[in-house]
Every structure is written in structure tokens, then in C-alpha cells.
Write a protein that binds this ligand. Structure first.
Ligand SMILES: NC(=O)c1ccc[n+]([C@@H]2O[C@H](COP(=O)([O-])OP(=O)(O)OC[C@H]3O[C@@H](n4cnc5c(N)ncnc54)[C@H](OP(=O)(O)O)[C@@H]3O)[C@@H](O)[C@H]2O)c1
Length: 331
């Protein structure tokens, strides 16, 4: 599989990474056996980047990865872990904690749950507004020195925070939502990353399934499914967003590809410093996603895609109001 670098200082990884969040959280029930089989299929296909968060399923996601990696060579895999988001026993959210003592605490638990002695890329999931980012990054940098963390990443922060963090320790990559429907990163953040030699791991490349070509308006969501409260899936916005998907389907058909493959290939085409994370949680979805690597979009394709889904065309914000408040990247 094609390899890409996570920034100037980061690891070399497969051009597509696997995000495992939905295997434990936020998208309704998942099947652990199928999740492990999907991780195995990804590794066997050449995917080397696995992205998780310690708060996905309150630790469940890390334990799932540990289970999937049992008997495999740990050194073949780059594990990216987000920390800092606080949960409660009902699955609710309680803000973010980026204090140095919290960093050490989170890391201790993640290492144990992942059954490993190091994490390849460790990143705060959000900026904790009550802690200067220098303190959070400084605490991770101490763990780099101690050999428990290899690289430091960021998630959903804006240009100024990126510069401040990078001044403390080289940042490998910024994880941020980037898709045909979410292009805010193109305004300032992407240029800042490129100036500083920081890569981008793009998430939500299928806009959480909305842009997959498989979404239907009558899909029933279980309680706790993130998409039940996402503005882009709301009754008011869904029809308009699905019209964009149908326009994209026309482009996909002309290339003998699926909507999901075109959406992922578009993110891949943004530059060699962008690594899309696909959120497949079943092997059939993974196979479809990996097919995007076979699809090279030429200028005519890109122009047709732009006509189908112009920048800024999405109806609704990418998170609901209170969650938008946590995005330093949107300030
Ligand atoms: N840094 C952050 O703030 C942040 C936030 C969110 C996610 N992430 C990371 O990014 C990863 C990917 O994000 P995401 O799950 O939101 O991404 P996504 O790729 O936009 O959405 C994944 C969902 O799309 C649906 N889908 C339909 N067809 C698919 C196909 N062919 N291939 C893959 N998925 C298909 C699946 O939902 P169904 O199975 O329900 O059909 C799947 O769970 C996460 O696992 C996580 O590691 C990071």
C-alpha cells in the first residue's frame, strides 16, 4: 500500500488509516468479533495506522485493539491515541482535561489497556481551555523522553494553538475533520500545517456515513448514536445533504466507483501530507474503502466532483452547538 509521512517529524504510515471509534462507541451497537476481524483485514491489506481514543467506549476501544494485535508484531503498527475527553458511566461527556498530571494518568491507563510499552502518536483530543497548551504538550514531551510516547499530535485545534504547541515539541500531525462536506481546514489551518511540516490525519471523510452512498433517510438510529444529534443528519438538513450525495453518485458511476470511494479518493487527492482515516467497522465496508486507493482522480473528475459538492454546500454544522464550542479549530 502507498505510504505517507505524518509530517516532517512523524512516522511513515499507510496512505489510509483505520479509525476504530465506531467499533466501541457513537454509532450504535457493534460486534466485537467482526471488529477484530476488520482490524485484522486492514492490517493484512497493508494498513499500518490505527487511530483510537482512550474515551471511545471508556477504554473498550483500546482493549479491542490490544486483542486484535495479540500474536502480531507490535512494531508493524502505528497506534495513534487521543486522550483528555471526560466521560461518565452513562456515556455522557464532561469536558476535557489537559493538565500534566492528567496526561500522566491517562497514559498509564492507555499503556496497560493497549498492552504495550509505548504509544506511537499521542494527542489531546481537544484543547482544554483552562490549561495552556504548552503545559499539556510539555507533559507529553516528558513521556517522549521517557520512551513511552514516540510522537506528539494534535486534534481539532486552530492555527495559533498549532504554532504554540509546535514551539514546545515538534508536532507530527493534526487530526481534523476533512471531507467534501467539511472543508474549513482549507481556510488557514492546512497552510499553517504545511508551513510547519505537520501532517494531517483527516477524519469524518465520509461525514460519518452521510457521504457513503449507503445512508437512507429512513435509517433508525439507536440512542447514543452521535448522528441522532448531528445537525447534518437532522430532518431539516438531511434531504439537502443527500441531494449532494446523489450528485456525487453520478460522478462515481462515470468512474465505475462507489460514492464512498470517490469521497475518500478526493481526500487522498488533497496532498501527500494528508492521511484519511476510514471508520469502517465491518470487513465489507473496509474492502469498499480500500478500493479508493485504486482510484486516481484526474482534473476532469475533480471538476465534476466540485460541481456535485461545491465547497460550503453542506447543510448544517459538523457538530451540534455545544460540541462546536469545544473546537478550537472553529474559532
Ligand atoms: N479527532 C477527532 O475529533 C475525531 C472525531 C471523530 C472521529 N475521529 C477518528 O476518525 C475515525 C473515522 O471517523 P468517522 O468514523 O467519523 O469517519 P467516517 O469514515 O466519516 O464514517 C464512518 C462511518 O461511515 C459508515 N460507512 C458507510 N459506508 C462506509 C464505508 N464504505 N467505509 C467506511 N465507513 C462506511 C459507517 O457507519 P455504519 O457502520 O453505521 O454504517 C462508519 O462507521 C474514527 O474512528 C476516529 O478514530 C476523530
Amino acid at each position: 500500500m502507498e505510504q505517507r509521512n505524518l509530517g516532517r517529524s512523524g512516522p511513515r504510515v499507510s496512505a489510509l488509516g483505520l479509525g476504530t471509534m465506531g467499533m466501541s462507541d457513537l454509532y450504535g451497537p457493534a460486534d466485537d468479533t467482526e471488529s477484530v476481524n476488520t482490524i485484522h483485514a486492514a492490517l493484512d491489506a497493508g494498513v499500518t495506522l490505527l487511530d483510537t481514543g482512550d474515551f471511545y467506549g471508556a477504554g473498550h476501544n483500546e482493549m479491542l485493539i490490544a486483542r486484535a494485535l495479540r500474536g502480531r508484531d507490535r512494531n508493524d503498527v502505528t497506534i495513534s491515541v487521543k486522550f483528555g475527553s471526560l466521560r461518565d458511566p452513562e456515556g455522557g461527556w464532561g469536558g476535557h482535561d489537559g493538565r500534566p498530571q492528567a496526561v500522566r494518568n491517562y497514559l498509564a491507563y492507555s499503556l496497560r489497556r493497549l498492552d504495550t510499552d509505548h504509544i506511537d502518536v499521542y494527542r489531546p483530543s481537544r484543547l482544554d481551555p483552562s490549561v495552556p497548551v504548552e503545559e499539556t504538550i510539555g507533559a507529553i514531551a516528558e513521556q517522549v523522553k521517557a520512551g513511552r510516547v514516540r510522537h506528539i499530535g494534535l486534534s481539532e485545534v486552530g492555527a495559533e494553538t498549532i504554532r504554540r504547541a509546535h514551539a514546545v515539541h515538534p508536532i507530527s500531525d493534526l487530526q481534523i475533520e476533512y471531507s467534501l462536506l467539511s472543508r474549513g481546514v482549507e481556510t488557514e489551518i492546512l497552510a499553517t500545517c504545511r508551513e510547519l511540516g505537520i501532517g494531517v490525519t483527516a477524519y469524518g471523510v465520509l461525514s460519518r456515513g452521510l457521504l457513503s452512498g449507503h445512508w437512507t433517510p429512513d435509517r433508525q438510529l439507536t440512542s447514543g448514536d452521535f448522528r441522532g444529534s448531528s445537525p447534518r443528519f437532522s430532518r431539516d438538513n438531511l434531504a439537502a445533504n443527500l441531494r449532494l450525495v446523489e450528485a456525487l453518485r453520478g460522478v462515481a458511476r462515470s468512474r465505475g466507483a462507489t460514492v464512498a470511494q470517490v469521497a475518500i479518493a478526493w481526500v487522498l487527492s488533497r496532498g501527500g501530507d494528508v492521511v484519511p482515516l476510514v471508520g469502517a467497522r465491518r470487513r465489507d465496508r473496509l474492502t469498499e474503502s480500500l478500493g479508493a486507493l485504486e482510484l486516481t482522480l484526474d482534473p476532469d473528475d475533480l471538476a465534476a466532483i466540485e460541481r456535485a459538492v461545491p465547497a460550503g454546500a453542506a447543510a448544517g454544522t459538523r457538530y451540534a452547538g455545544p460540541l462546536m464550542q469545544h473546537l478550537d479549530s472553529e474559532r
